[in-house]
Design a protein around this ligand. Sequence first.
Ligand code: GP9
Ligand code: MN
Length: 608
Amino acid sequence: MKERNAKLSLFVFFSLLLKSLFVKYSIMDELNIVGFLTEMAFLALFIIMVSSIRNKVSSILLLILNLGYSVLCLTTLLYFDYYNTIFTYKSLGEIDQVGEISDSIFALFKLQYIWLFFDFILLCFWPKLKRILPFSLFQLGPKLFGLTIALLLFFTGTSLFSSSKIINELSKYEKLGIMGYQFSEAATDLHSIFSNNDISAESLQKNRHLSQKGTSRLFGIAKDKNLIIVQLESVQNFFINLKINGKEVTPNLNKLVKSSYYFPHFYSQVGKGNTSDAEFITNTSIYPLGDVPMSTAVEGKAVPSLPRILGDNGYHTATFHANSVTFWNRNRLYQSLGFKEYYDKKYFGTNDIISYGVSDVVMYHKTIQKLADFHRNGKNFYADIIALSSHFPFKLPESKQVNTVPLPKEYDNSFVGSYIKAVSYADYAFGKFIEELKRAGLYKDSVIVVYGDHQGLQIKTDQDKQIVQKIFGRKYDSVLDHLNIPLIVKVPSVEKAKNIPTVGGLVDIYPTVANLLGLDISKQIVFGNDLLNVNKNQIGIRFYAPTGTFVNQFYRFSPGKTNDQGKILSLNERKERAAPASAIKEEEKMIKYMKLSDQYVKSFPKLK
Ligand code: GP9
Ligand code: MN
């Protein structure tokens, strides 16, 4: 290795190491020494290999490696801030969406992240700097070079192997670092390509957690009614009946709750594909894979689904969303799910834009026109409506604020305040939609299902913290509060409100709705349960919480650093304690169950 290279290599090595420490400290609260050594080994391996190239290209490659690693670190941090999990190379599949989500990225950026590029300023003074740097460290003779490479390969290989069974993603990252994490993901993916994907009905039943109330209570009480699903963007459950200064934040949703089945213990289960994952799960009762949007995972495949079965029963099926249909690959997703048509930006236009598309008010108004057409044509319909105005970073235009709940001074300029305003506007638009449905004579003839797709709240400052403390009056839990979304099911013949305490998740919507509409899905594979026919339920969550997380009627389980540890937080007293052996067993069962779902995803036939 040339002297010039040796100095640059050393400089880059330490830069990378500092960056990796910076990221680790920002994500984890403690430093794991094995993890630190593994990251060091991966970085050394890369640098030694690049530096050994015997020409000028190696210096350029070292600089590219340095820049690439900085970008990887920054992406990992932004990704963690948003998704609460570790970035993987698989997200590169959605790189074409970066331009469209630039607002969100900007909102996540923290000034301290600039440190990740600090060494590039030092590199401007390289001629001076290299004079004071020692360099013997990387001047290896051929024998020592071979031995070092072999040792590093052995060490990184052993770390990868010993971490392969770790389920908790954060623990895995702690043990492997960013680079190692990528290799470990690649190995898992490679392994799953060659594994058997057939699932048996027995294994499904064995791992299913439910206790049946009786057979098919309420089966077909809404037979031959239209189905209108409204998926609300980023709406968490705490909004329901929330009052600020004596004023309801979501009066229209609250009103609907008063004559509907309402499920307060309902949870989002989305993975990487956020809104589109919620659409997928709702329509299929299948768990998301987590780190791959389901719209990508099932592209070109025919998925058994709610729109398919309704289509077979004579329903017209359509989706409505104000963004362009190519976002999240939705055009493909809708083909896979078997929707007959979709209405997107082309139909809704660009007048009165909020975030990615027209305001919810305009979207609902134009949707009603189509629903009235379907109705006139004499066919039952299923409309899957995806609202959008309350999207992160919740920048509601000034002109729309007149229709939102007034907030006290202490909410001024806070993130939580903006979130509340955005949801309040979404509720206002939803109220208009219900009025229009009534006017069009559709309200009484339709089952209306409303839920939030996923969480929206972020606690960015002390001000946010104080507001959240005031709203919740207790410690905000990252699952029981954060992933808790409302589910409201309005059935035409049911006028009396019913709060149903059964725990549920997005996977449960399809079987619940199928039962009400009188659809026989007993021959279909679904991973959720009919919430009106079970007492006990247990739902798995991944991606926004470490794999292994689940909620049942007693507690929320969070996995620990090793597979035999965990914590439970009781639903009622909100007391956290070490998980008993029975909960660890349930976790194992839950993981098996979700793996069965993953296998099922791989078994779909090609679209015809
Ligand atoms: C845009 C919308 C984005 O069409 O789906 O919402 P997100 O998926 O980021 O929640
Ligand atoms: Mn969303």
